[in-house]
Design a protein around this ligand. Structure first.
Ligand SMILES: Nc1ncnc2c1ncn2[C@@H]1O[C@H](COP(=O)(O)OP(=O)(O)OP(=O)(O)O)[C@@H](O)[C@H]1O
Ligand SMILES: O=C(O)C1=C[C@@H](O)[C@@H](O)[C@H](O)C1
Ligand SMILES: [Mg+2]
Length: 190
């Protein structure tokens, strides 16, 4: 989901693995002569943006040893999964209230799918994230590995997921990737 830490955690993962790092939204902006995702939505519409997103995922799927931070909505198109599944897919599962807190702290101006009006930003953002998650939850669950901040907090005896550092989350991601790879190896041996 948007704001879940894909860029922050993805960069740490790439350093730990000695891989390069790519961010889909940034690549789309670069290909659009530097105009922002929000402007692309405004000028050309969401369909145009989604086509660019699919093309960027196709290009990235040809690369090796790269950690990719996808756009939060990349899960909505089946064709994108064909490209994402060239690698290992990881879902950063962050409770919606924590997401709404993070996003409302920085504002929703750069996020075309979120409300950008005055008033209680936290509540409006939380409601919109909830309806997006309603539509997308099953798609996120297609990922090979799930990194649940609630599970990490429970393991560490933390009551609040907002105390979890990006490094702790990256370590959990590596552990969940290992679980996935071991299960895959087990299936291949059968
Ligand atoms: N573990 C964390 N604890 C607290 N804040 C975090 C954590 N990880 C990321 N953040 C903050 O949350 C915000 C979103 O993080 P980030 O940009 O990495 O998410 P993203 O999933 O890449 O978002 P986007 O949808 O914009 O691509 C940033 O302000 C970042 O500093
Ligand atoms: O969740 C989404 O649909 C989006 C997330 C962002 O990363 C951007 O890709 C864009 O704002 C759309
Ligand atoms: Mg990002």
């Amino acid at each position: 989901m948007m704001g879940s830490g894909k860029t922050t955690v993805g960069k740490i993962l790439s350093q730990a693995l000695g891989y390069s790092f790519s961010d889909c939204d940034t690549l789309i902006e670069q290909e659009a002569d530097g105009i922002s995702v929000a402007e692309i939505f405004k000028l050309h519409g969401e369909g145009f943006f989604r086509d660019k997103e699919t093309e960027v995922l196709r290009q990235l799927s040809l690369m090796r040893c790269v950690v990719v931070s996808t756009g939060g909505g990349a899960v909505v198109r089946n064709i994108n999964w064909k490209y994402m599944q060239k690698g290992i897919t990881v879902w950063l599962d962050v409770p919606l209230d924590a997401l709404a807190q993070r996003i409302s702290a920085v504002g929703t101006g750069s996020r075309p799918l979120l409300p950008n009006e005055s008033g209680d930003i936290y509540s409006k953002t939380f409601m919109r994230l909830s309806s997006l998650f309603e539509l997308r939850g099953e798609s996120y669950a297609n990922a090979n590995a799930r990194v649940s901040l609630e599970n990490i907090a429970a393991k560490l005896g933390e009551r609040d997921v907002s105390n979890l550092t990006p490094t702790v989350i990256a370590i959990e991601a590596l552990e969940q990737i290992e679980v996935f790879l071991k299960e895959k190896e087990g299936h291949n041996e059968l």
